[in-house]
Design a protein around this ligand. Sequence first.
Ligand SMILES: *[C@@H]1O[C@H](CO)[C@@H](O)[C@H](O)[C@H]1NC(C)=O
Ligand SMILES: *[C@@H]1O[C@H](CO)[C@@H](O)[C@H](O)[C@H]1NC(C)=O
Length: 493
Amino acid sequence: MAPNSSCCQHRMLLAVWLTLLVLHGHVLVGAAQSSSKLSDQLLKRYLSNEELVAWMDEFTHKCSHMSRKYSIGKSAGGAELWVLELSDKPGQQEAEPHFKYVGNMHGNEPSGRMLLPQFAEWVCANYKSNDDARRLVDKMHTHLLVTMNPDGFAARKRENGNNVDLNRNFPDPVELKGSAEKMKQPLPNAQPETIAMMKWTLDTPFVASANLHEGAIVANYPFDGYADHSERLTGKRHPAPDDAAFQFLAKLYAKKHSFMAKSQEFRDGITNGAQWYPVYGGMQDWNYLAGRCLAITLELSQSKWRPEGELPSLWQENREALLALPLAAGLGGISGTVVSAGDGSPLPATVMLDGIAWNTSARMPAGYFNRPAAPGSYTLRIVHPGYQPASAAVTVPEDGSGVVANFQLARAGDKNSSSIRGASSSRQGGRSSFTVTPLTKAAAERDRQQKQNMATAILGLLFCICGAMALLHVCNGQRPRQRLYNRVGHVTE
Ligand SMILES: *[C@@H]1O[C@H](CO)[C@@H](O)[C@H](O)[C@H]1NC(C)=O
Ligand SMILES: *[C@@H]1O[C@H](CO)[C@@H](O)[C@H](O)[C@H]1NC(C)=O
């Protein structure tokens, strides 16, 4: 063989090899490019469970300065339940509020799987140019469980992999007579998804949360059930102690949504859960009573599983509302810290609002507390064993900037009373008025007297009303007209 031909053959082999190398490189780059475009697919189709995880990896890589991905457990079918946290210091403990959005609890209601990732993309893309996006990232922690029921989604059914409706699988606070400790124990048939959700909620200081569903257009707020665990009272409101805050948050979502507030079926686009139809074993009431987290349920589409072509409009309908809700809940209410006046060490004190029979506590390690509240005036009370109690009159402003009150509690024996340091709005330019009222003995006595007088007055008034009603009843021989509400034909929440 002539050396020439051999050389030629070698050259040809080299050329083929190089071509293959280049082609292979193309394929690799192409694959990388198509996977890096999952974010572009969010408004085009429902991503599979595997694609959603890949999207989350892509997001935490692209927006690494404001996000982290973590798992809260596994579904019945063994799929990891991934959460995306949005914050400038994800995973760190800060004196800031935590909020959670939960999508796709019912497998056949998938809008949250698309809306929550799209929401994260919007926040990351607008962080530099939009004040609200920046406040969300810098001043709070927002956690997105994009799918709570991946197995149900894959099978296109409501229930999880064991055929259990997850929104009937929580310890029922009403049934258990509101015992928070009992409620922390999962039910005997508790599903892996439910147990993961309970542990996550009890371990994270969430101040509020929203759960995304389909089957109606309405923002639904607690309570979902009645104390007697019946359907007997359906149509009658069963308000929670924080009714004003719940209505405020639900109304806010409805108002910021393109058309929810204009509902023909629900006034202002909101409803009390039990009044609509009672739910027992639901996640919403459990969050509020066991998890100390104000939870609402958002029904975002009349028909379940909207066609993929409508995903861009679904996103446009909800975009503003999805951003407004966590900001109002986390930064628009009453927050602050409680420390010991002596050495400044944080205290896990009880935090109460007069007239609201529901307590929160300052959370360690920072002694930070946060209560979502509707605009208005409140008396805030802080108590901790071994310390003098303190109270403050605070006004939650209309502009969503919230009010901050930092307490220094004096020891029970100290001459100096407890005091409040620094009261300000969480946003510059926000108006908030603030009066310090240390609870001295004389003030406490006045307070007790006032309460007693008020109770006497209310009893008197009730007596008068009852008398008048009895008279009317006798005169007309008529029962008061009962209002009947139609129950919707299909189960949604
Ligand atoms: C709130 O805490 C106070 C002080 O510990 C307690 O007296 C009160 O019963 C609590 N209220 C509720 C509704 O738990
Ligand atoms: C009590 O308050 C006064 C004046 O604010 C301060 O000078 C003093 O150090 C305080 N005493 C204690 C025990 O905190």
